[in-house]
Structure formats: structure tokens, C-alpha cells
Design a protein around this ligand. Sequence first.
Ligand code: G6P
Length: 369
Amino acid sequence: DQIEKGGYDHFMLKEIHEQPKAVIDTYRGRMLADKGMVRMSGIDNHMNKFLNADRIIIVACGTSWHAGLVGEYLIEDMARIPVEVEYASEFRYRNPIITSNDVVIAISQSGETADTLAAIKLAKSKGAFVFGICNVVGSSIARETHAGAYTHAGPEIGVASTKAFTTQITVLTLISLKLASKKGTLSKSALRMYLQKMQLIPNKIEELLKIDDKVKEIAAVYKDAPNCLYLGRGFNFPVALEGALKLKEISYIHAEGYPAAEMKHGPIALIDENMPIFVIATNKGHYEKVVSNIQEIKSRAGKIIAIVTEGDTTVKEIADHVIEIPETEEALTPLLTTIPFQLLSYHIAVMLNKNVDQPRNLAKSVTVE
Ligand code: G6P
């Protein structure tokens, strides 16, 4: 067991630390940064399906659904193709409108999730083209889809998904860039710039993993909180959802993720001096608006833990704690902002003596309804 954990105390921590390599393994051979090209056979061989699609419907569950939400923001922003993201369990039972002009993207780490598999079968029966993003090679979902792309994250043992999430986002980013460059909604020079910045991501994740001690200090301060709120906007709204999910999965602390601007429509009522609020406030994502959300939290005595871009000064003055992430393009920030949240949940769960790798009531792969 110790050998399998590679010297780490838990699989989850090992898998968090594997992310720089997992992201490289995922884009290797697909991202030709010097040529300014993305090559993905599953997309290239069916390009017309994607380019002529009325819309793309992403179906998934859990963490994979959060990655799908990042995918929606990426694909619509870059490639200007309408995208809808659906919980597979809702999609399959709500008599959805699906036609042969739709492309369905199913995302699943295990490739075995029953609801996602059933959603795929439904979409196929209506004539849609179904593309899979899976981690497990040869899994049921990989076999059931018309085409797909593997994430190449390597085996993920910890029930709380970490490297599967970042590698799913990596694949979705490549798909967005590929579709955008084919459609002409992204210039050649912009594509080249994105690819160069993508190549720097693994090193930036590596840098972020070094702030572990700081995250641990923050974990020690908030580990006994009964409730936590996670806020983000734009590309980082799904990261807020995923941050909250990670915390509740392994520490059993109630946590909610919210779009920062929605705070005023409900969660603001919960804020008092006992409420820790984790806010993603990177410098390009509607920064001023998030800063004013942070001020609203401050004036209600909430505790603010902010994720900011390196060198930030404004948020630093207001927040109780800040965690800096290295600079990158806004669309690529989810690959970085998610890392401190993973570490934070991990440390809180360890401090609370919870079973990090096998939390109660949860399964790694849900093959029943
Ligand atoms: C379970 C796991 C989650 C995972 C979800 C979807 O709930 O505990 O970590 O995100 O299933 O799994 P999939 O394998 O389809 O990505």
C-alpha cells in the first residue's frame, strides 16, 4: 500500500501532486505549440459534425459535470458554438429535445457511471453524434461513444477526484482551441499564444504545490467551521462549485459553491463572523466586481480567503488570507485556481481524522442509479 502511494500518506495527495505530469500526458502529441496546431484524431475525423452542430450538449455527473461547465464557458467563448451542460441523471429522464444535428460530449473519469451511460444511449437513439472524454481506457463509456479522447491521467484511486478534473479541463481546452481555430473565431496568433501559455501550466501547478504549508495554516484556522461558501465568476464559477464539493466529500463540512454575483440573492444572509468564504479573485476575471463582493463580505464580518494573481495588492488589503496563483490567460486559470482548493480540503480532512481516500457513503464509480 505504501509503495502504491509513492511515499505519500494518501492516494489523494499523491494524485494532487501528479497533476503537472498528468496534464502533460494529456496534451502530449495533441498540442503542437511550435507549429501552432492542435491535433486530436477523435475531433479531426469528425470535424464537420462539430462545425455543423446546432449545439453541443455536455452530459456528466459530479466532478466531471463541473469540468463540463468549464467546457461550456470555453467552447462558447472561443468557438462560438452554443453549449448546454446537463446532469446525466436529469437529462435521461426529462424527455429532452435531441436531434441528429446535436453533438453530445459525455465526460466520465471511470467511464462506468450508470446515469452517464444511459444518457449516451438515449442520445444515440435520437441520432446524435456522441463524443466521450474518459480516463479509463476501454471503459463502457469509451466503448459506447462514436469517438472520443482519453484524459491519460493515470489511475485515480482517491474517491475525491483531483487529477481527473484538471485533465478533463485540459482536453476541453484543446477541443475549444481546435474548434475555434477551424471556425476562424480564434486567430492563428491567438491560438499560438494559448498553446504557449498551456505549455507553462504544468510548471505553474508545480509552483503552486509548493505553497502547501501556507494552505495547511489556513486549513488549521477553518477546520472546525460548520459551513463554508465558495465564490467564483466566469471560468472560475465551476471551480467554486468543485472547491465546495471537494470539501464536503472528504471533510463532511457543509459547503456551497456560488457565482460571486449571486451571493446577494441568498447566501449573503448566512454571512457572519463564523462564516469562511473562499473567493476566486484573479486579476482578469471581472476583478473589480469580485472585489466589491469581497467588500460586501467584509462589511458583514465574514472571513475571506481569496485566491488572487501574483502581485495583487487590492484584495490583499481586505482579505484575511490570500493565496497567490501565477499569472496566465483568464481561460486557463481553472487549471491553477483549483489546486489550492484540493490541498485545503485534503488538509482539513486529515486534521479532522477523516478517511480521505474512502469517505463514508461515497463510491469512486457509481454503476447503479
Ligand atoms: C462519483 C465519484 C465522483 C465522480 C462522479 C462521476 O460520485 O465519487 O468523484 O465525479 O462519480 O464519476 P465519473 O467516473 O463519471 O467521472
